[in-house]
Ligand binder design. Structure first.
Ligand code: SF4
Length: 602
């Protein structure tokens, strides 16, 4: 590892609309021409590594240029090339292990008799649109079929282990988002784009979909590296029988044997249920993937290659237990209402029980590591426990600073103050997860500096992105937009606004902050008038643009650190973490003039 100089950082402009790049070629002849050329070029692609969106885009631009076609077909061409990249690997997967994902907008909007259930549109196969044809054909072959929308559900289904490949039909807008998640993770998938993106009674080249559904060949000689097996392992250790095996309950029956009847068992059940709740499991994934990466990355080549001893799995579970404990306490301190789409723990069981469940999970985390001290070696166990304790203290420091600021009368805040809090609140969890994976694989001397700095840049950028998402609503958790800053959190956006505004604007922002009820005494969502007024002031101070630039700066620094890392498998994992942890909001916060003017001056 050589010291990394401060990189020259190019700042990105706010992401431009890509609508002009997502035109479906108007004629069948033109669509076939592009597909044929994509098939020709696809034969020579290197399939050992997952595609990247940037690489795919470059190939598509070259193809269009060579055919003398305009860049409006870029999205379509990227789909055609991606299909060729994955065709053989999808073809080699048994039909029973494939998912056909259809969009509900394919239905006949005038009089479709189907209802929606938890799995999407329950097609009645009336024959009025092509959904029934595709569904019947695919189910005959053994596919699982979902008539739904959106990539998060796809990733969840893949990670749950029920399917190994996706055949999809979607508009180019949805497919563009899918590129970020599905391509990066190395999930075999092919897709046919809808011929329009107007979300109503859409259509598709039916024979193209039929061809994709029917793909079948023998396994190809080489498969693309993927993190799916490690993602599945990270989910499995936190749920069901694998959770019970790695961390057997001491007080009550396992969940499958019915509810506990005594208070000790009931308390343990609440903790285990919370530990098993959703989330991306990104922290245990980091631990498992870091361990795998420095030991040859066999787990990225096949499920059979996964070599994750129980003490490694238990350490990753400990990382998740610490994370879940911090969320319980965080939700109490912020009196949040929802987490993972359901009521937070303190809203369900009361604050006292929730505090205790959080404490229990912290204890469980330490116990899970300590019980394997003989297997991993006393020095390794001590190093890991030290790093966990250090992360625990730093997290409490960052959270403590945030709480004190929230309850203070003086609401001055600099961007540096906010960034220091972010570095303490978010980075230590990434640092501990990465460190533990590497430490379990061997000595970490060459990585010590990188682990700390990479995690800091990743954590800070992640927290800023969360702030930006907060102004768009967060489907996973918070459900209501614009809550963080109005709930009195010392966010970077607020600090940038206070630094960027002067005179009456600054005073108005301060006054708006003081109008909100103190946190911990929530009286419902923030006043929408106040939300809009703060949003306008944020735009005036250009905080969204400034925050975006800071994200890019941290991203560039994290990537520069990753550039120097050996072996290449670990380097590639770090790049993957940057791309996935720093997944961007789907659209920038809307400009105030696009919003209904509720009240000019609150
Ligand atoms: S075939 Fe299915 S999706 Fe299409 S209109 Fe009939 S019930 Fe609706």
């Amino acid at each position: 590892m050589v010291p990394v100089a401060e990189p020259a950082v190019e700042t990105k402009e706010k992401r431009a609309s890509t609508a002009h790049l997502k035109v479906v070629p108007e004629t069948r002849e033109l669509r076939d021409r592009i597909r044929a050329e994509a098939a020709r070029r696809g034969r020579n692609l290197d399939r050992s590594k997952p595609l990247t969106k940037a690489g795919l885009q470059e190939m598509a631009q070259t193809l269009l240029r060579d055919l003398g076609l305009g860049e409006q077909y870029l999205g379509f061409t990227m789909v055609a090339l991606s299909n060729e990249f994955w065709r053989d690997q999808v073809s080699a997967i048994d039909f029973h292990r494939r998912l056909l994902l259809l969009p509900h907008c394919l239905k006949n909007a005038e009089g479709c008799p189907a209802d929606y259930d938890e799995f999407g549109l329950d097609c009645k196969k009336c024959g009025a649109c092509s959904v029934a044809d595709f569904k019947v054909r695919a189910e005959e072959l053994g596919y699982k079929v979902l008539v739904s929308e959106g990539t998060p559900i796809v990733l969840k289904i893949i990670v749950s282990g029920h399917v190994d490949a996706i055949v999809g039909v979607a508009c180019l807008n949805v497919l563009e988002k899918a590129f970020d998640k599905v391509l990066l993770a190395g999930i075999p998938c092919v897709a046919a784009p809808l011929l329009s993106s107007n979300c109503r009674s859409t259509s598709v080249d039916d024979d193209w979909v039929a061809e994709l559904i029917g793909l079948r060949t023998e396994p190809p000689p080489a498969t693309t590296r993927t993190y799916v097996h490690l993602m599945r392992a990270a989910h499995q250790i936190c749920e069901g029988s694998e959770l019970e095996r790695l961390a057997p309950r001491l007080r009550g029956p396992v969940a499958s044997q019915g509810p506990a009847t005594d208070p000790l068992g009931q308390h343990e059940a609440i903790a285990y249920d919370w530990l098993a709740q959703g989330g991306k499991r990104s922290r245990p994934f980091i631990t498992l993937a870091a361990y795998d990466a420095v030991r040859g990355a066999a787990g990225t080549r096949s499920a059979d290659g996964l070599d994750l001893p129980d003490h490694v799995r238990r350490a990753a579970l400990a990382v998740e237990a610490f994370h879940k404990a911090s969320l319980v306490h965080d939700d109490i301190e912020d009196d949040d209402t929802f987490r993972y789409g359901r009521e937070t723990l303190h809203r369900q069981y009361g604050v006292a029980t929730a505090i205790n469940v959080g404490d229990y999970l912290i204890g469980l985390g330490y116990r899970l590591v300590a019980r394997d001290r003989r297997v991993m070696g006393a020095e390794t166990a001590a190093d890991i426990l030290h790093r966990l304790a250090d992360a625990h203290v730093k997290l409490s420091e960052g959270q403590g600073a945030e709480l004190l600021w929230r309850d203070a009368r003086d609401k001055t805040l600099t961007a540096l103050d906010a960034l220091k809090i972010y570095a303490l609140k978010t980075a230590p969890a990434f640092e501990a997860a990465l460190y533990i994976g590497l430490r379990l694989a061997g000595p970490t001397d060459p990585y010590e500096k990188m682990i700390v700095e990479f995690s800091r840049h990743l954590g800070v950028a992640f927290q800023i992105l969360n702030d930006l998402k907060d102004w768009q609503g967060d489907e996973d958790n918070k459900l209501v937009a614009g809550q963080d800053v109005l709930a009195g959190r010392p966010t970077l956006l607020l600090a940038l606004a206070l630094e960027g505004l002067a005179g009456a604007d600054r005073e108005r922002l301060q006054a708006l902050l003081h109008r909100q009820p103190p946190q911990g005494h929530k009286q419902g969502p923030a006043d929408p008038h106040v939300v809009e007024a703060v949003r306008r002031l944020f735009h005036k101070a250009q905080v969204f643009d400034k925050a975006e630039r800071l994200v890019e700066k941290s991203r560039a620094r994290a990537e520069a650190l990753a550039d120097e890392v050996e072996p290449c498998e670990l380097r590639e994992l770090l790049y993957y973490l940057v791309d996935t942890v720093l997944e961007r909001p789907s659209a920038p916060p809307p400009e105030p003039e696009l919003l209904p003017l509720v009240r000019a001056t609150p």
